[in-house]
Design a protein around this ligand. Structure first.
Ligand code: NAP
Length: 283
């Protein structure tokens, strides 16, 4: 079987080129005002710091700017809410990214929900999630939005297919399941209390690994001809799904690294540009 390697890095590079053109066009009509993504990093988790840096670099690559806000590991919920309020009120800021996870003393849901809906370019607010779930115009959570863009690019028709998503976090598995359902897949959403995960995975025409455990899903569970999307990322470039032999017998597979990760960043930057475009000129 010829397997499509869903090259997220190559697609993201193409999207970045288009985003650079669109950003230049917006700046032209906007009196050179540059779209800005504000990133908030709380604490000193090195992986989170790397992700935030990559997102800032991606903004600059397309001619946008990013404003990096770094807060200490002992930040309180109230202090973070104050920071978000300031960014909501700042007319120069078009998008706000609060890097997940925040330290445990912080009420992350409350902070996500404080982000103004017009600046929720990472799709983390309850309102944005609800609008996405109902199929209304909204910024989707960046990783599943990037995955849907990847599936569309490779003309993988999800309508009528059995999709199995393993993992139901608010930023990844849950919105992924809803986006696939909105695209008319028949979706099973698995989690840590799923009784027979192997049996569920074996039914998948489209499998999404979003569990956060290295090579947790064995290759033998994946049926021949399936479309395999691995959103997991672990040190050493290991995903959530063991890829052994999958490229020989599956219809399409995302590589790790170079599959879902770059598409997450492309979706975030794209949604920031959309937020800036929606603001209109000189506002
Ligand atoms: P998370 O918040 O830890 O959620 C993990 C999910 O997996 C939970 O829903 C959990 O179920 C489920 N789970 C745990 N053990 C399980 C088991 N034994 N069987 C079935 N399900 C199980 O993780 P996350 O933030 O969604 O991230 C998941 C992975 O995606 C990580 O590897 C992360 O690095 C990666 N990620 C990548 C990107 C990217 O841009 N590439 C972005 C975000 C995340 P319960 O709900 O029952 O606890």
């Amino acid at each position: 079987m010829t397997c499509i390697v869903m090259d997220g890095k190559a697609l993201a590079d193409r999207l970045f080129a288009k985003l650079a053109d669109d950003t230049a066009a917006l700046k032209h009509i906007n009196g050179a005002r540059t779209p800005i993504l504000a990133t908030i990093l709380v604490g000193d988790d090195p992986a989170s710091a790397t992700y935030v840096k990559m997102k800032g670099n991606a903004c600059r690559r397309v001619g946008m700017d990013s404003r990096a806000i770094v807060m200490g590991a002992d930040t309180t919920t109230e202090q973070l809410l104050e920071q978000i309020d300031a960014l909501n009120a700042d007319p120069d800021v078009h998008g706000i990214l609060l890097q997940h996870p925040v330290p445990p003393q912080i009420d992350e849901r409350r902070c996500f929900d404080r982000i103004a809906i017009t600046k929720d370019v990472d799709g983390v607010t309850s309102l944005g999630f609800g609008m996405m779930a109902l199929g209304q115009p909204s910024f989707g959570s960046a990783t599943p939005a990037g995955i849907m863009a990847l599936l569309r690019h490779y003309e993988i028709d999800v309508a009528g297919k059995r999709a199995v998503v393993v993992g139901r976090s608010p930023i990844l598995g849950k919105p992924m399941a809803l986006m696939l359902s909105n695209a008319n897949a028949t979706v099973t959403l698995c989690h840590s209390k799923t009784v027979d995960l192997e049996a569920e995975v074996r039914t998948a025409d489209i499998l999404v690994g979003a569990v956060g455990k290295p090579h947790f899903i064995p290759a033998q569970w994946v049926r021949d001809g399936a479309v395999v999307v691995d959103a997991g990322y672990h040190p050493g470039g290991i995903g959530d799904i063991d890829p052994t032999g999958l490229f020989a017998r599956c219809a399409a597979v995302t590589p790790v690294p170079g599959g879902v990760g770059p598409m997450t960043i492309a979706a975030l930057v794209s949604q920031t540009l959309t937020a800036a475009q929606a603001r209109g000129p000189h506002r």
